[in-house]
Design a binder for this molecule. Structure first.
Ligand code: FCB
Length: 468
């Protein structure tokens, strides 16, 4: 749909929001009965997070949520995706609820409702109660059962105020960064634990979905980070196409296939699959029960080309698939963010098309999309983040094109509302459309906040220079 001024329109009732996660913004790490999470433990251990940063204070959203909701309302945002901190609700991950923890989320939800902003609530955005980690974390089956119990507590206490529930955020990152490679909490480097964490997170998703539906939840889904995998060149030298299938299974299929089709992908390396002894009869049916929507987080694509991993050329890296004669490649013509992530709006279009093929008609939400940039307050007191404006413009155009071409995209949540604790990178990487001065907690909406606000109000995205 093109509007009179050439802008690309979005469907009526398209959900426009912004996203955050509890550990990244709340602070109040041990206030009002909150127990420690794996991220509290991990960030406090020297050497794990850049500069020794922790989420102890973060954006102090625990105390400043009213100001943040007011800012969202000023921007005209319709929906807020935030996450609940499990150890705020159940300090040790088991047993009765900590009523003060629930009170905080009730107050936040009421504040949102008072401003006409709907809530999309993530139940697990990586902050597992430390006590559960001490008993094995996601590497043990019991954690999936505990997750369903915690979900039931949240659904009963907060369900009347929540528009849609997201069980897990990016279980792929938890399994790989947390359990396999150790850059994230709990900091393990254990391939068996990673394979087990893959299955138990998925099972937790399935059990939590049942717990939510049994308590009348209207919309339940899961958020996966998805990565289009593209082959460059003619793909003839080396087995580049074979490498593509394996890479896709590793980064997408391992989570997408069980959820959508009730099976693990045939192309995944055996070492990444949960051993059959861990997969009880009925697990895959539990995992693949009907979804109301799928949340897609999109940041960057993966490119493969023929090459020699033992003799890497400029912009090449060894391929994670391990297939001989194939390398991963970062094309020179694509911009990189301060995270080193490639900027490629076409990748968003492609991954939306790909998921649509696999799950025709399933409503999709982009539950995260955004970029880090070198933001600073200029002498006029403004943050003119032109790179982020351009990023949002081109990615929203890609989303509009996908809708035009038949993708059932129902909403978009920009990552992030606020600059925040960017995991192992600490506060050094800024993703917000609102700048946070962490010394004073002052919030300054950036140029991108104004741009996004205009898009939301018009329900249309202007044509970018790239497409004009
Ligand atoms: C995603 C996470 C989110 C944020 C962005 C930049 O992987 O879900 O919390 O850190 O990356």
């Amino acid at each position: 749909m093109t509007t009179a001024n050439g802008a690309l329109g979005f469907p009526e009732r398209f959900v426009w929001g912004s996203a955050t996660a509890a550990y990244q913004i709340e602070g109040a790490a041990s206030l009002d009965g909150k127990g420690p999470s794996v991220w509290d433990t991990f960030s406090h251990a020297p050497g794990n997070v850049r500069g020794g940063d922790t989420g102890d204070i973060a954006c102090d959203a625990y105390h400043r949520y009213r100001e943040d909701v007011a800012l969202m309302a000023e921007l005209g945002l319709k929906d807020y995706r935030f996450s609940i901190s499990w150890p705020r609700v159940q300090p040790g991950g088991r047993g009765p609820a900590n009523s003060k923890g629930l009170d905080y989320y009730r107050a936040l939800l009421d504040e949102l409702a008072g401003h006409g902003i709907a809530a999309t609530v993530t139940l697990y955005h990586w902050d597992l109660p430390q006590e559960l980690q001490n008993d094995g974390g996601w590497a043990v089956r019991d954690t999936a059962e505990r997750f369903a119990e915690y979900t039931a507590i949240c659904a009963e206490a907060l369900g009347d105020r929540v528009a849609r529930w997201i069980t897990l955020n990016e279980p792929q990152v938890v399994a790989n960064n947390g359990y396999r490679h150790g850059q994230h909490a709990p900091g393990l480097r254990d391939a068996d634990a990673a394979a087990a964490a893959t299955h138990h997170q998925l099972l937790g998703h399935g059990l939590a979905t049942q717990a939510l539906r049994a308590r009348g939840a209207a919309e339940v889904g899961i958020t996966l980070d998805l990565h289009p995998v593209q082959v460059l060149g003619d793909g003839r030298a080396g087995d580049v196409e074979g490498a593509r299938l394996i890479t896709e299974a590793m980064v997408n299929g391992l989570f997408l296939d069980p959820v959508l089709q009730g099976r693990y992908p045939v192309h995944a390396p055996a070492a990444m699959l949960p051993p059959p002894a861990l997969v009880a009869g009925g697990d895959l049916a539990t995992i693949s029960q009907r979804l109301d929507f799928l949340g897609v987080n999109y940041y960057s694509p993966i490119f493969l080309r023929a090459g020699d991993p033992a003799d890497l050329r400029r912009n090449e890296e060894p391929a994670r698939s391990g297939v001989p004669g194939v390398v991963e490649y970062r094309p020179d013509e694509l911009e990189r963010t301060t995270m080193g992530w490639l900027v490629d709006a076409d990748g968003l279009y492609e991954i939306l098309q790909e998921v649509s093929k696999q799950a025709p008609g399933l409503p999709l939400y982009i539950t995260e999309n955004g970029r880090a940039a070198e933001d600073y307050v200029n002498p006029h007191g403004e943050v003119d983040d032109i790179e982020r404006v351009r990023y949002l413009n081109t990615h929203l155009e890609a989303a509009a094109r996908a809708i035009r071409d038949g993708v059932t995209l129902a909403g978009y949540f920009v990552w992030s509302l606020l600059d925040n604790f960017e995991w192992a990178w600490g506060y050094q990487k800024r993703f917000g459309i609102i700048y946070v001065d962490f010394g004073t907690q002052r919030r300054i909406p950036k140029s991108s906040a104004r741009f996004y606000s205009d898009v939301v109000r018009a329900n249309a995205v202007p044509r970018s220079a790239a497409s004009a």
